[in-house]
Design a protein around this ligand. Structure first.
Ligand SMILES: [Zn+2]
Length: 319
């Protein structure tokens, strides 16, 4: 829908003044700049005490730590995005999962997006990943060599799905994939893990009697090239909002049946495109995020940030 422009010619003086004020109000002010523009421009963390502020899809991160781009058992992918930042508790967890998984046949982690240096909404992809407590981990094991920057930009992850069905491909999905997700789910910090429903199904089928951890593994759209680890609010993160815990049980029954049916994959009104969401403004975030985005940096940039940015998965609703 388009709106016709007001005609000033026939307006009385008072209306003209009102129209002028309205026009002034329409000029974007810094307060109305999308928060993703401000947070996306921050190249370094806010030099404040480490703290996740707000909720996973509405918040920011103070005192972020970088996941080193090369570690004992991991490599960070897509370096140009500069999204290998997280709360130190998340960084420690990823390092622990990476080194521990080697004992179960997983060579090492290829790590996708964590958060921006100050968290906040991202310029592309991801509704969540805003408070430094979310991480995407590829379902492709790390190779036995250090990848070049260009390889980290361009290598594609492997889909776990069999073409045309909601099932994992038995030629691609292995017990080591299942063991890696189980390991991540069993960590005390982990609140939720998101995987494609077909992966949840495979996990349900192979879990045997050890099933408590399955409660944490949540089916969701996407997540068949990578899985998503979300941790609970760390101690000392005042103003960090945990999600309601997942429903009791292993989630392998009716809920999974629904995910594997056509219902979640059929648009409610065929042909209707979802309306584009208004981007979050600073006013939508906790007030303290203003301090986080404005804090002057004290260190030189840690990450190189080449201009090219890689394509991102389309954003998802909050879950
Ligand atoms: Zn994610």
């Amino acid at each position: 829908m388009t709106r016709s422009r007001p005609s000033f010619i026939r307006l009385p003086r008072a209306s003209l003044a009102a129209a002028f004020l309205i026009a002034l109000a329409a000029v974007p002010t810094p307060a109305q700049t999308p928060a993703k523009t401000l947070f996306g421009a921050a190249k370094e963390p806010a030099p404040l005490a480490s703290r996740a502020i707000g909720s996973y899809a509405r918040g920011c991160l103070a005192g972020a730590a970088p996941l080193p781009v090369d570690g004992a058992a991991w490599q960070v992918m897509r370096l140009s995005r500069n999204r290998n930042w997280g709360h130190p508790v998340l960084i420690g967890l990823i390092e622990r999962i990476a080194t521990g998984a080697r004992s179960e046949g997983w060579n090492g982690l290829l790590v996708g997006d964590l958060a921006q240096p100050r968290g906040g909404p991202m310029t592309s992809g991801h509704a969540s990943h805003q408070i430094g407590l979310d991480a995407d981990i590829w379902l492709t094991p790390m190779p036995n060599r250090t990848l070049s920057t260009s390889e980290r930009e361009n290598i594609s992850a492997t889909s776990m799905l069999k073409e045309g069905v909601r099932e994992v491909d038995p030629n691609i999905w292995t017990p080591a994939h299942a063991a890696l997700i189980r390991r991540a789910a069993k960590q005390p910090e982990t609140a939720r893990i998101f995987v494609h429903p077909a992966i949840k199904k495979a996990l349900c089928e192979s879990a045997g009697n050890d099933r408590g951890w399955l409660r944490t593994v949540r089916p969701w759209w996407g997540h068949y090239y990578h899985f998503h680890v979300r941790i609970s609010c760390p101690a000392g993160s005042e103003g960090c909002k945990n999600q309601t815990p997942p429903p009791a049980g292993d989630g392998c029954g009716k809920e999974l049946d629904w995910w594997l049916s056509d219902a979640p994959w059929t648009p409610t009104k065929p042909g209707e495109k979802p309306k584009p969401k208004t981007p979050l403004s600073m006013a939508d975030l906790p007030g303290e995020c203003r301090m986080v985005v404005d804090a002057s940096a004290v260190t030189a940039p840690v990450q190189s940030a080449p201009a090219q940015s890689a394509p991102m998965p389309r954003s998802r609703p909050v879950r």
